[in-house]
Design a protein around this ligand. Structure first.
Ligand SMILES: [Zn+2]
Length: 267
């Protein structure tokens, strides 16, 4: 085993005053990532319902209070089942079916409704879960986005689409690094620094304005939680906290929170 194998990508090196909200550690003062109250439970991000067994050993966790932690499980199961029903409908994946709980039946019925009407509607329960996942990811990676700090619980933008409704180019674009041109770096010591790389320019590299990139540039890489099941990336720009999430390589979501503070001054 070499040095790299021992390196803990989940370790938080940042300022101590953020620790209660971004590090889960029993017998310490922890604050709920969602509501800011005293936290006593561990919130996996993402929740295990979106992953397959065996689960990754180093699954990210943040502190949450019991009320918030339990408050999402029904909608999470609903979201997962809705995605699976669509996957099965398209023969994209055949999966073992989840137990016939209320949420499972509800999600399947909702999906059937959507398909027979010829349209996949925007679903409040699914978007609620995408926002919830986004909060966890930006807290964990960027050391921001938790309650009381930079948002008031209302994201500026949430959207999602499913693979069958996308062009090949659109799908491929979800494999790209995020180029950090005009973007801000997170607070020093944030976990996201483990996913930032400096790349040398190659002839085929273009920036977001279509100009050839001549100088080395900084990119943010995706975080693969589990191959083909779940990955995400989050970054900051001057106005927004941005989070992209790909579930099952089938649902592709973007969530944006407007920043209240200038985070470049926070690090
Ligand atoms: Zn809470």
């Amino acid at each position: 085993m070499d040095e790299a194998d021992n390196f803990n990508f989940n370790k938080y090196w940042g300022p101590d005053d953020y620790r209660p909200r971004v590090v889960f550690k029993r017998c310490s003062d922890m604050q709920c990532v969602y509501c800011g109250e005293i936290a006593n439970t561990r919130e996996h991000c993402p929740s295990k319902v979106f992953l397959a067994k065996p689960y990754p050993a180093d699954l990210p966790v943040v502190p949450a209070c019991e009320k918030c932690n339990n408050g999402f499980s029904s909608d999470e199961l609903y979201t997962k089942v809705f995605i699976e029903a669509y996957e099965q409908h398209c023969s994209y994946k055949s999966k073992t079916s989840l137990s016939e709980r209320k949420e499972v039946k509800e999600a399947r019925r909702k999906f059937e409704e959507c398909i027979s009407s010829g349209e996949i509607h925007f679903d409040n329960r699914i978007s609620r879960i995408l926002i919830k996942l986004a909060i966890c990811h930006m807290t964990y990676e960027l050391t921001t986005g938790f309650y009381k700090d930079t948002w008031e619980g209302v994201p500026e933008y949430v959207s999602y689409t499913f693979r069958p409704n996308m062009t090949t180019e659109e799908i491929e674009s979800w494999d790209d690094f995020i180029i950090m041109n005009d973007n801000l770096l997170p607070i020093i010591g944030s976990r996201a620094f483990n996913h930032i790389y400096v790349l040398e320019p190659v002839l085929s590299a273009f920036d977001d304005k279509g100009e050839v990139i001549k100088k080395p540039f900084i990119v943010m890489d995706w975080i693969d939680v589990q191959d083909n099941n779940y990955r995400y990336v989050c970054w900051l720009d001057k106005t927004y906290m941005n989070i992209l999430i790909a579930i099952d390589e089938f649902l592709y979501a973007k969530v944006m929170f407007k920043q209240k503070n200038n985070l470049s001054e926070g690090g």
